[in-house]
Design a protein around this ligand. Structure first.
Ligand SMILES: [Cu+2]
Length: 663
């Protein structure tokens, strides 16, 4: 973690945009305008006030989560603009080293329930992070270990507390812990994580406010630092002529209220949540006279980043970035022209803070259109005299959480032909360990690089995975859907045929909850509505089209794998139940596993012609390489939701042949 969130109390929700490259600010809306809007400033204040009035919270209470408890799906679906709606808050609080869940009805202004959740460890909070760091920096045993390694000036040391994971035989059942590695900031001034003080971890009990112990597995011998030389100025290649994404006559999307968006037949609601980042609701496509349901709700649910080094300094690093930290909590402020095109609409997001107030991330979300430079569709006549086609323009909603050394560019991309692409780009810094080897010719190189790649002298980036679980509550033309497996099978042809083989499709429904395991050759999975028919008589469906990806290879009896069971399967299906939104459980921090998806599907309920949720695992093994250093070029992975016999024809066939002309 670089810095967790500092809470500030603010009362504004601001849209700043630069259509035509001019700053634009909209007056803050009071809200809520929509049942899916995030809790407003007033609602968060009221929630905490009701808890305090009931004696369930005081000045020392901390709030890892204060979130909207949504109305029932039926009520939200039938809600129309102007209708009244109710508001309820769900609170996770920490008081006297215990965790509580509370429900507050904000419409009736009453407390609904309050209960302790024994043993639950909610996500880490800024105050704990700071406290752990301060405790370590003041600890005599730690100072002694650091001085033994030759560091006289402790002011140049950066400590970054991190979640402890859960390993067999650990004390994670009874204590709230953070592991604290520290870094020498003088060697790589641009990268706080670039020179770990290897072989030294402090274990902090944050509830007790003590350093529980120091794990000192010995120093790594490094050559004595050379006399300080003047840093070499970075040499850049010649500056380029500008290449920009630009909408010279303004944008084609509309944003109103909490965040309702409309663009090229799409409409959806988006809110930013502390845990999940952006949450998309009521995603619909306007098709002729109908506004057709595609998704009720979609978000990233959890991320799992296990490192592949058995050393005790590293083996605990099995991070769950949504449930242990919070993707919205660590959203970084987006820079116009660098993180998003300059003309984007930048949205300042406001989320509940640890102390029951709010914090804001200026320009925490951006929305923009881009001309991909690719054809949306095209054809050249056989004589080559006539080419018809359209340029592909797409809409992007982006957030970039910075979780310690990593930055994740999380994009939700809507296309004119009805696709939704979900993309994650990993950039930032690889997590590295300090080793003796200065090059691959060094005597220790072989052992030093057993679990990672030497990126720079004395610097090995440890292998690891990034595994993301996306919760996709798709409702294809309504909630009652069936997941169809198109099994693409080779078929042997009879002797009389001049061909020996072709492939054909064997179609079957997925009937029970659980992981959806491939049963044969290539497979195509579509969520389909068996109760609706298109003009041609097809059941409308959406294809869940995988991108390149991998699954976790950890053993099932490895506790970290049990905690992130989602990551061993590409696709899961569960019956829709309110509140079942956490792929790795509500409290993955220090969990032993078993909750989340495995629990949701445990009773193997029927999932045909009913309201279902599909969960997609996107992931990659990060085989670290020298080009990751000194900073990782953005590495993208994606998957696509793609209409499949959903429309009566190519839904982008009606895209106008040219752009609007100037006034
Ligand atoms: Cu990585």
């Amino acid at each position: 973690m670089s810095v967790l969130r500092a809470a500030v109390f603010i009362v504004a929700f601001v849209l700043t945009g630069l259509p035509q490259a001019r700053a634009q600010t909209q007056a803050p809306p009071a809200g809520p305008f929509h049942p899916m809007d995030a809790l407003t400033v007033d609602e968060v204040v009221e929630t905490v006030g009701i808890m305090k009035a009931k004696g369930l919270a005081d000045e020392n209470t901390r709030y890892p989560a204060i979130t909207l408890r949504e109305m029932s799906k039926a009520l939200v679906r039938s809600w129309r603009r102007g209708d009244r709606f109710t508001r309820t808050a769900h609170i996770v609080s920490r008081r006297n080293a215990k965790t509580f869940e509370t429900i507050v009805d904000l419409t009736k202004k009453i407390l609904v329930s309050h209960r302790e959740i024994p043993g639950a460890q909610p996500s880490l909070m800024d105050e704990e992070w700071q406290k752990a760091r301060d405790l370590v920096l003041a600890d005599e045993a730690w100072k002694k270990a650091v001085r033994k390694r030759g560091y006289a000036d402790l002011s140049t040391i950066f400590c970054a507390p991190m979640s402890v994971g859960t390993l067999s035989g650990s004390e994670t059942e009874t204590r709230r812990l953070l592991n604290v590695p520290c870094y020498d900031t003088t060697t790589t001034p641009d990268n706080s994580y670039g020179r770990p003080i290897e072989g030294l971890i402090a274990v902090v009990d944050v509830d007790a406010g003590t350093v529980a112990r120091i794990i000192d597995s010995g120093a790594v011998a490094l050559p004595a630092p050379k006399a300080a030389s003047k840093p070499q100025a970075q040499r850049f290649r010649p500056a380029m002529n500008p290449v920009v994404v630009f909408s010279p006559r303004g944008v084609n999307y509309k944003i109103d209220g909490g965040l309702n968006m409309e663009w090229q037949n799409w409409s959806f609601h988006v809110r930013a949540e502390r845990r999940f980042g952006p949450v998309f609701s009521l995603v619909r496509f306007h098709d002729g006279k109908r506004n057709r349901d595609i998704a009720y709700q979609m978000s990233l649910s959890e991320m799992f980043v296990p490192y592949m080094d058995p050393d005790p300094q590293w083996s605990f690093r099995t991070l769950m970035d949504a449930g242990e930290y919070g993707l919205g909590y660590l959203a970084s402020s987006l820079s116009p022209g660098r993180d998003c095109p300059r003309h984007s609409t930048f949205i300042t997001v406001v989320m509940p803070s640890d102390t029951g107030g709010l914090f804001k991330v200026e320009k925490g979300l951006c929305v923009f259109e881009r001309n991909t430079g690719d054809p949306l569709w095209r054809h050249a006549s056989s004589q080559g005299t006539k080419v018809s086609g359209r340029p592909a323009i797409e809409l992007v909603v982006r957030m970039i959480p910075t979780i310690g050394n990593y930055d994740y560019v999380i994009d939700w991309v809507f296309t004119q032909h009805g696709n939704i692409k979900i993309r994650v780009g990993a950039t930032g810094y690889d997590a590295v360990k300090t080793v003796e080897a200065a090059s691959m010719s060094s005597p220790t190189a072989e052992s030093d690089t057993k679990y990672g790649t030497l990126l720079a002298p004395h610097t090995v980036a440890v292998y690891h995975d990034h595994l993301f679980s996306f919760r996709l509550d798709l409702d294809i033309d309504g909630p009652k859907n069936t997941l169809i497996r198109d099994n693409i099978k080779p078929v042997r042809l009879p002797k009389e045929n001049r061909r020996r083989s072709i492939w054909a499709i064997e179609r079957s429904p997925v009937v029970l909850e659980g992981p959806v395991r491939p049963g044969g050759h290539d497979e195509n999975y579509r969520l389909s509505n068996p109760n609706r028919k298109t003009a041609l008589g097809h059941n409308p469906s959406y294809h869940i089209e995988p991108g390149h990806g991998v699954l976790s290879l950890l053993a099932v009896d490895d506790i970290p794998q049990n905690r992130a069971a989602f990551s061993a399967e590409r696709l899961w299906i569960s019956r829709y139940k309110p509140g079942e939104i956490h792929a790795a459980g509500a409290y993955p921090n220090q969990s032993k596993g078993g909750d989340g998806l495995p629990e949701y599907v445990h009773d193997k309920e029927s999932v045909t012609d009913t309201d279902v949720v599909v969960w997609y695992t996107m992931g990659f093994h990060h085989l670290t390489r020298v080009e990751d250093w000194p900073i990782l070029p953005t590495k993208w992975h994606e998957f696509t939701l793609r209409p499949f016999n959903f429309f009566d024809r190519n839904p982008s066939f009606d895209v106008a042949p040219s752009f609007k002309r100037g006034q």
